[in-house]
Design a protein around this ligand. Sequence first.
Ligand SMILES: NC(=O)c1ccc[n+]([C@@H]2O[C@H](COP(=O)([O-])OP(=O)(O)OC[C@H]3O[C@@H](n4cnc5c(N)ncnc54)[C@H](OP(=O)(O)O)[C@@H]3O)[C@@H](O)[C@H]2O)c1
Length: 289
Amino acid sequence: MTETSTTPVTILGLGAMGRALASTFRAAGLPTTVWNRSPGKAADLIAAGATSAPTVEQAIGPGGPIIAVLLDHASVHATLDPVADQMTGRQLINLTSTAPAESRELAAWAAAHGIDYLDGGIMAVPSMIGAPGAAILYSGSRQVFETRRGILELLAAAEYFGDDAGFASTYDFALLATMYAMFGGFLHGAALMRSVGVSAAEFGQRAAAWVTAMTQSLPHQGRVIDTGDYTDPVQSIAFHKSAIDAINRASHDAGIASDFVAPLRTLLDRQVADGHGALGFERTFEELH
Ligand SMILES: NC(=O)c1ccc[n+]([C@@H]2O[C@H](COP(=O)([O-])OP(=O)(O)OC[C@H]3O[C@@H](n4cnc5c(N)ncnc54)[C@H](OP(=O)(O)O)[C@@H]3O)[C@@H](O)[C@H]2O)c1
């Protein structure tokens, strides 16, 4: 079975992301039914041709895939538990950010109710939905992914990672962990630059170019980690400890808290103390287990 632009879709949750998904479906002409816990968020979607349902039960009535894009795991259960029996035989696509164990729990809950469950991790902000650069990672029901791939690709590039419903979420959070460390480093750098009169906006321009250049080394670092051989470093742990110590002194002198730098400093100090200073920076990965 493949869907066409006549496939009805239901969106549960009209936060910033749910609204972006619903308006993209409407722009593609899909019959779109929306529901939100708090009323009053559907006016522009109704104007664009969506149907606003006053209850979850009515929202899932049209019969197509049900897409949940709610705040968290608890809000998915709060919304869907009361209608679980009406969802038997239906397809549920959960795009709510849930931790891997929560995604697996929802898959088991869905299976117990005869619901076909696909989990997704959205690698985009709302303004990116429907545009190049957005991606959504999926795992769980292959049947749901394959039958609904056409409409899912209206939202973002769609990639499927197998039947473990927690896999996409793991990938989502691994990418977010990478992003948050980068954002935290940027905030630290912006604070340092303000101490010498450079605006955060100006620093942002330069930091973007620097981070873009530095990220080119990530695949190489990944290969080193996979071999587990850290004996031929580009730069050693001792070298990086020296740099981090200098950043720490510079931050102290500028009156800036070192909270973003401290965790890495701790990991490097520990490895030098344990005699690993000559090994490659990538060995820090081993300290995380
Ligand atoms: N925004 C992003 O950039 C982004 C990117 C990737 C992934 N995501 C994920 O997408 C999901 C939605 O994000 P968002 O940006 O749309 O968030 P949001 O703007 O904060 O909206 C949250 C939505 O969840 C609903 N909700 C909260 N608690 C609820 C409950 N107990 N029962 C029923 N509904 C409840 C809210 O309804 P009310 O209006 O009634 O409060 C609202 O519709 C999140 O899991 C988020 O992590 C977002």
